[in-house]
Design a protein around this ligand. Structure first.
Ligand code: G16
Length: 549
């Protein structure tokens, strides 16, 4: 026992915590500037090892990424054995470990945690880990590996990979050889599983025109080229923004977050994308997806997570009905406050819809309550979950007509095509492509399912974003006191107005969302609410974004 703590102490000394900094395990793990994360990575390595021991040696995942954030940021998140996000109770332990001021404090935090959580240190410990293409990745992974060493983790390096592949691997490793086997526990296994399902779904249909894929100059570029090899001529992908080693290129004027926030084409496609041509953007770790196209007049149109949810939910409802399973399988949709009001209206007229706070873990858990739960954040992060019982029903159901049999086989293929561990931009992209192929929809036809209310998302840099606290699935502020009443007062003055304010869990900003019936009004409302937030934070007027003046 004492040898264990001696080694922990010795290795911890190599990864001192920077003074005067507070870390928090937020919406997507720890995420901040890469150069201050060394101690956090070491300690996450230790925590991952302990989590595995606590779960009797089940494999835990660790992903080193800052996803949509700028290249100089990095981050780390833990993945639980079923491939989903770390159990919420352990997020608190992660934060405690990360904030222990000295090695002695850290070692005693570990000691008391081991005791209170009744962790048997003699149990085996297994972790699979990966990273995105950020230049800070290798050094941070080295710190993580020291954490593994301190605990005696049997570690498997998945190398440079996408977040969804890492989640897939965790589930595949933990279900290997069981009746719930999720697939072969390798990147090749993942590629074969998804692309075979896609090919089955589109068999006999005419291949759609090529799809332009903006890879955000991130790890998705490597994955897309591997996918293309497996997809053959079932679909032609045209990857752009694939410069994974060019300094400063990651997520810069490209990628799903840029497209969603700025409501513009990725800069490199301006003047190159043809009217009517379908295109989509991945984000830095390929877990978000945003579609877009230019109309005849060259005007930009975005098909975001809400539009994906509408397309997917309607398709599955139709298949379930045709398969003769109507009434036996209940679908539901989960959204967040960012969902466009028009999408919520469209979906709620057809299905049960739930609203939860931002963050995959909230959506994922809410979606698990349905037989088939479709969840998408407007920012393009989402997936579809088929409950165990539904998967069994689909596997065992005896169709009574050829039409039922075809629909049933499509549903079975969807279960294989969709990465059910987490939102997966490439799996979602193939899902969308399969549906568009079945429906013979162009981007424009898909877009016409409903008309988005004009909306605007603004970031405000404040002194302390933690001063902003919310309730009602982040739709209302409880602090700072009195600010919500001012927001309500503004909102009332705009036709179809809706706005909310929430602190980001991944960036050091407060986010403001607004929508209204007219574009100029949505913009004005967003900037005026952002002005209120800025004033409340007592910032220096010279730092006020110029749109607010
Ligand atoms: C992460 C989370 C998403 C969330 C997004 C923005 O995405 O996984 O659920 O919507 O951050 O969160 P926030 O508004 O709190 O900053 P990603 O793609 O960056 O990992």
């Amino acid at each position: 026992m004492s040898a264990f703590f001696d080694l922990l102490s010795e290795l911890s000394d190599r990864h001192p915590k920077p003074a005067n900094l507070r870390f928090q395990y937020g919406t997507a793990g720890f995420r901040t500037q890469a150069h201050i994360l060394d101690s956090v990575l070491f300690r996450v390595g230790v925590l991952a090892g302990l989590r595995s021991k606590k779960l009797d040696g089940k494999t835990i995942g660790v992903m080193v990424t800052a996803s949509h954030n700028p290249e100089q940021d990095n981050g780390v998140k833990l993945v639980d054995p079923r491939g989903d996000m770390l159990e919420a109770a352990w997020e608190v332990h992660a934060t405690t470990f990360a904030n222990a001021a000295t090695t002695d404090d850290f070692v005693s935090a570990v000691e008391s945690f081991v005791k209170s959580a009744k962790i048997d240190l003699s149990k085996p410990s297994r972790v699979v880990y990966g990273r995105d293409t950020r230049p800070s990745g290798p050094a941070l992974v080295a710190a993580l590996e020291d954490g593994f060493k301190a605990i005696g983790v049997e570690a498997r390096d998945a190398g440079v990979t996408t977040t969804p592949i890492l989640h897939y691997l965790v589930r595949a490793i933990n279900t290997k050889g069981t009746k719930d086997s999720y697939g072969d526990d390798s990147e090749e296994g993942y590629l074969v599983k998804l692309t075979s399902a896609f090919k089955k779904l589109v068999a006999g249909k005419q291949a759609p025109p090529p799809l332009v894929v903006d890879c955000a100059n991130g790890v998705g570029a490597e994955a897309i080229s591997k996918f293309q090899t497996h997809l053959g001529n079932s679909i032609k992908l045209v990857p752009v923004n694939i410069e994974t080693t060019k300094p400063g290129a990651l997520n810069n004027a490209c990628g799903a977050d840029y497209v969603k926030t700025s409501q513009k084409l990725p800069a490199s496609l301006v003047g190159h994308l043809q009217p009517g041509q379908r295109a989509c953007s991945l984000d830095g770790d390929a877990d978000r997806l945003m579609y877009f196209y230019l109309d005849e007049r060259g005007q930009f149109h975005m098909l975001d997570g809400d539009k994906i949810a509408a397309l997917v939910a309607a398709f599955i409802v139709e298949l379930v009905k045709t398969a003769g399973l109507d009434g036996e399988i209940k679908l539901g949709v989960v959204q967040t406050a960012y969902a466009n009001g028009a999408s919520t209206k469209y979906l709620a007229e057809r299905l049960p819809v739930r609203c939860v706070p931002t963050g995959v873990k909230h959506l994922h858990h809410a979606a698990e309550r349905f037989d088939v739960g479709v969840y998408f954040e407007a920012n393009g992060h989402g997936t579809v979950l088929f409950s165990q019982e539904t998967r069994e029903k689909l596997a065992d159901h005896e169709p009574s007509t050829p039409a039922q049999s075809t629909a049933l086989n499509h549903l079975r293929s969807l279960v294989q095509l969709i990465n059910q561990t987490v939102g997966d931009a490439i799996s979602d992209m193939l899902l969308v492509e399969a549906i568009l192929t079945h429906k013979s929809y162009s981007g424009e036809e898909w877009d016409s399912l409903y008309v988005d209310l004009p909306n605007r998302l603004v970031k405000v840099v404040v002194g302390d974003r933690h001063a902003f606290q919310t309730e009602d699935a982040e739709r209302r502020l409880v602090s700072p006191k009195g600010l919500q009443a001012k927001v309500d007062d503004l909102v009332r003055r705009y036709d179809g107005g809706r706005s909310f304010v929430r602190p980001s869990g991944t960036e050091d900003v407060v986010r403001v969302y607004a929508e209204a019936t007219i574009r100029s009004q949505a913009d004005e409302l967003a900037f005026r609410v952002a002005g209120l937030v800025y004033d409340e934070s007592g910032g220096d007027p010279s730092g006020r974004p110029k749109e607010f003046l």
